[in-house]
Design a protein around this ligand. Structure first.
Ligand SMILES: Nc1ncnc2c1ncn2[C@@H]1O[C@H](COP(=O)(O)OP(=O)(O)OP(=O)(O)O)[C@@H](O)[C@H]1O
Ligand SMILES: [Mg+2]
Length: 323
């Protein structure tokens, strides 16, 4: 398996215009997504996970703008690519499962119509061929009686089944990169585990890369090869999943991990991280986590720490060697 990056994000900065003021939401994000790997992007609500994901396909809402940076897909900068070329990549090479799956399906078309339309929009195939491919896609994502279910409408599918259909749609054109934005949040734990296993299985059999977005570190630990912790639009820590979960360095990551329930935890109450994340638009100086950080010193309140690397484990913390 080749490990060369299929996607490289370089110093990505995204602003929102709010009341004629530009508010930074992604503040200099860089990472590589190697071919055939799963990168989990984790962070609390509002940290910028979805905004970052939408920017990868140039699907940002009109109020948002990329201020600077590069998004290189196989070396081509998607941000400067002509729309015609971008349309070839969107859906075919890079596809996305959106945060709200049920709302992403068209309620007045059958599942079959939607899948067949997706396939025929990009492939020169007959209706019969598309029908056969749609059946095989539904079978691939574990939907029994696929031929019959193609004739059904989204409302006839449960949340978990809709999510499987969304995965089938995203995989229809065998993309190189799948962006999955909180693909299991609305589902109960058992279905969640099935969907995770499914994504992992499909990723392994097809060799595609996945950006798996979640606020749930436990999920990230089950699925990811590499983990990037996002806070207030900044990468706070990035490492291989094995390293990050065994040796979390950043006080924010440690706080997130300490607040995870585990079978061993017998505490009455799980410790939560005190305080709340900064609100977008708040004047930020220094480390954005400093107001909540038990280890913060004066310097942390005035300067944003740089990301530093120790053997592939990146951390944005002045105190990394002391804590
Ligand atoms: N349309 C918008 N106008 C102004 N600000 C926005 C808009 N959409 C998002 N934001 C801001 O951008 C920031 C990042 O939002 P984003 O949706 O990426 O967060 P997230 O990490 O995906 O959160 P969640 O876990 O809730 O999905 C938030 O602070 C949010 O307030
Ligand atoms: Mg989101």
């Amino acid at each position: 398996m080749s490990n060369s990056p299929v996607l490289q994000v370089r110093d990505l900065q995204i602003d929102f215009m709010v009341d004629k003021r530009s508010v930074p939401v992604i503040r200099g994000l860089s990472y590589d997504l190697p071919a055939g790997r799963i990168l989990a992007v984790v962070g609390e609500s509002g940290s910028g996970k979805t905004v970052h994901a939408l920017s990868l396909l140039k699907l940002l809402p009109p109020a948002a703008a990329v201020r600077c940076g590069e998004i290189l897909y196989k070396g081509k900068n998607l941000l400067t690519l002509p729309d015609t070329e971008l349309r070839q990549i969107r859906g075919q090479k890079i596809s996305m499962i959106f945060q709200d799956p049920v709302a992403s399906l068209n309620p007045v078309l059958t599942i079959g119509e939607q899948l067949i339309e997706t396939l025929r929009a990009h492939r020169k195939i007959t209706k019969q061929e598309a029908f056969a491919q749609a059946i095989s896609l539904l079978e691939k994502v574990g939907i029994a009686d696929a031929g019959k279910r193609l004739a059904e409408y989204p409302f006839q599918f449960s949340g978990g089944m809709c999510q499987r259909v969304m995965i089938a749609m995203a995989l229809a054109l065998s993309p190189d990169i799948l962006i999955a934005d909180e693909p299991t949040t609305a589902l109960d734990v058992t279905i969640q585990a099935q969907i995770i296993r499914l994504i992992k299985k499909l990723q392994q059999s097809s060799g595609m890369s996945v950006i798996f977005i979640t606020h749930n570190l436990a999920l990230a630990s089950q699925v990811a090869d590499e983990v990037l912790v996002l806070y207030s639009g900044l990468c706070m820590e990035q490492a291989s999943a094995a390293d990050l979960f065994a040796n979390p360095v950043h006080p924010y990551t440690r706080g997130l991990l300490a607040s995870l329930p585990s079978v061993k935890t017998r505490l009455e109450r799980l410790p939560a991280i005190a305080g709340t994340p900064p609100v977008a638009g708040e004047q930020l100086v220094g480390c954005p986590f400093a107001p909540r950080c038990p280890h913060a010193v004066e310097k942390c309140r005035h300067e944003i720490p740089p990301l530093t690397n120790r053997a592939g484990h990146w951390t944005r913390c002045f105190r990394r060697d002391q804590i």
